[in-house]
Design a protein around this ligand. Structure first.
Ligand SMILES: Cc1cc2nc3c(=O)[nH]c(=O)nc-3n(C[C@H](O)[C@H](O)[C@H](O)COP(=O)(O)OP(=O)(O)OC[C@H]3O[C@@H](n4cnc5c(N)ncnc54)[C@H](O)[C@@H]3O)c2cc1C
Length: 484
């Protein structure tokens, strides 16, 4: 029998949280909706929900990117409303996130954005700028150790990107990996296989060829709290949030968005609507009728994250670091209570489970066991616990696993979608970039013809927002996985 637990929460495993985000945790015997229905009355963080009839911008969703978009628009004087169907901010895929912060991506643009994002997390209090009665989320800087494999070309292309951006990295020999992670079995097992394969856990010859340690990396121990922090920051600038309300229609007139209709029947007007609805993104795009104008689509992908005790005799909560191991197809990070979170790197042998975000199973499956057994190859003392713990959640995956931060063919309708399991770290940058894009387009700029650029706050560089266009060709440089 398994145990309900949400990974990524800054508390001991099994301890009750003040505001558990129950929508995506595994919840034996209860459905996706039933899991949170009972908590609606305590959901609005003690504030009455009031709405005006019109806003400058309505943001569909209050995950970390929706909240950051509101914050940045509010800083620029926009009157914003985030509409969230769940009881609080960050209860969707954000709350289930492993919230790993790292700088290495397959593309130079991806690395640029991630390094910029890293600076927001190290300066979180400064970014938020207000008190939150729940305290501030903490970024734990542990570094990230990535195993060299043939598939990642021994990390040579990524280290070139690091050098181009001045991001530090350290080459580790197999002996240095063993020194850092003494409980590791360095034998090669790849390419990753399923446990049904007769060759599973059989070494495939020789040892791994070493690793690269990226020191500008770590994790945020409570992604839901981080989102609450941003909500409070945005509210401090006049932004409004409404919970337990769902956008069920997008009003359009004369080629322009006019507002939204809510499940309660209420209509709210706005000249700008931003789709930041995570795994529901394709549904909101469909409501707006903008899918035909997109070359890149989005879909909801079911994912399980396993939560297991650290190997005996090691304090990973104190000494552990983030690891990414393409040889076994898993990533790991330390978790409170001397535990490890294990996520999948989506190896080719695994079937992808595309689902309807309103109707998917929250039960653990073979995926959970597979991930734990894969890590047990590398950490033989890990064992496979009898009780399953972890999260079942959804990624909002784009066709090339690179997000879409863009306008649409419907004037006033924008989207920050397709975050593909890897954009928590970039949320503050994405929010600022979306605000810049929206202001430019609403000021008459033709972004499709002449892509808007965004000057980064920390790095001496700018981003061509056209890189994230809905009309781009599939980016073949992508890893086509959660690695981005
Ligand atoms: C298991 C898992 C592990 C991850 N690990 C990492 C990681 O280690 N590092 C990293 O950088 N990223 C990671 N990610 C990805 C990261 O969490 C997401 O990219 C990020 O949280 C997306 O934020 P968001 O605000 O766009 O979406 P969400 O958090 O999904 O928010 C969208 C919100 O919109 C709401 N909504 C949907 N439809 C409607 C509607 N019609 N009306 C009103 N509200 C609506 C939803 O309820 C939801 O709360 C992970 C994701 C998952 C699922």
């Amino acid at each position: 029998m398994g145990e309900v637990f949400r990974g990524g929460l800054d508390r001991a495993p099994g301890a009750a949280a003040a505001s558990e985000p129950p929508a995506l945790v595994r919840s034996r015997g209860r459905g996706y909706h039933d899991a949170w229905r009972g908590s609606q009355t305590r959901s609005v963080i003690g504030r009455p929900q009031q709405m005006r009839e019109d806003y400058d911008a309505i943001i569909v969703g209050a995950g970390i990117i929706g909240a950051c978009t509101a914050y940045e628009l509010a800083k620029r004087g926009w009157r914003t409303l985030n509409v969230e169907r769940l009881p609080a901010a960050g209860y969707g895929s954000t709350g289930a996130s492993c919230a790993i912060i790292r700088t290495h991506y397959s593309t130079l643009d991806g690395c640029t954005m991630a390094y910029e994002g890293f600076h927001y997390w190290t300066g979180w209090a400064e970014y938020i700028g207000v008190d939150d009665e729940r305290g501030l989320a903490r970024f734990r800087r542990t570094g990230c150790l990535v195993i060299k494999t043939e598939r990642n070309a021994n990390l040579v292309p990524i280290c070139h990107h690091m050098d181009a951006l001045g991001i530090p990295w350290h080459d580790l020999t197999p002996a240095q990996v063993k020194e850092r992670l003494p409980y590791y079995d360095l034998r090669r097992f790849g390419p990753p296989k399923t446990p049904r394969d007769p060759d599973f856990a059989r070494p495939s010859g020789g040892d791994i060829g070493g690793a690269v340690l990226f020191p500008c990396a770590g994790y945020v121990s409570d992604p839901q709290l981080a989102t609450h922090n941003v909500q409070r920051a945005a509210e401090g600038r006049g932004a409004e949030f409404v919970f337990n309300e769902e956008v069920v229609d997008i009003a359009r007139r004369a080629g322009r968005v006019r507002g939204v209709t809510l499940r309660s029947g209420r209509r709210v007007e706005a000249a700008v609507v931003v789709n930041v609805s995570g795994p529901h993104s394709f549904k909101i795009n469909r409501l707006a009728g903008v899918e035909d104008g997109m070359n890149i689509g989005t879909r909801a992908l079911r994912q399980e994250v396993a939560h297991v005790p650290a190997p005996a005799g090691y304090d990973l909560e104190r000494d552990g670091l983030v690891t990414s191991d393409g040889d076994i197809g898993c990533y790991c990070r330390p978790e409170l209570g001397n535990h490890i979170l294990i996520g999948s790197e989506d190896p080719e042998c695994d079937e992808r489970e595309w689902v309807d975000p309103d109707d998917f199973s929250t039960e653990f499956t073979e995926q959970w066991t597979t991930q734990v057994m894969r890590v047990a190859q590398r950490i033989p003392s890990l064992g496979v616990p009898r009780r399953e713990k972890g999260v079942v959640a959804l990624y909002d995956v784009s066709d090339d696993w690179i997000p879409i931060y863009d306008k649409s063919d419907l004037d006033g309708f924008y989207m920050a979608v397709g975050t593909s399991g890897n954009q928590f770290k970039n949320a503050p940058v994405a929010g600022a970039m979306m605000a810049r894009l929206i202001e430019a387009c609403e000021g008459g700029h033709d972004h499709d013809a002449d892509p808007v650029t965004y000057s980064l706050r920390y790095l001496d560089a700018s981003v061509d927002i056209g890189f994230y266009s809905r009309r781009r060709a599939i980016n073949e440089q992508s890893s086509f996985s959660v690695l981005g």
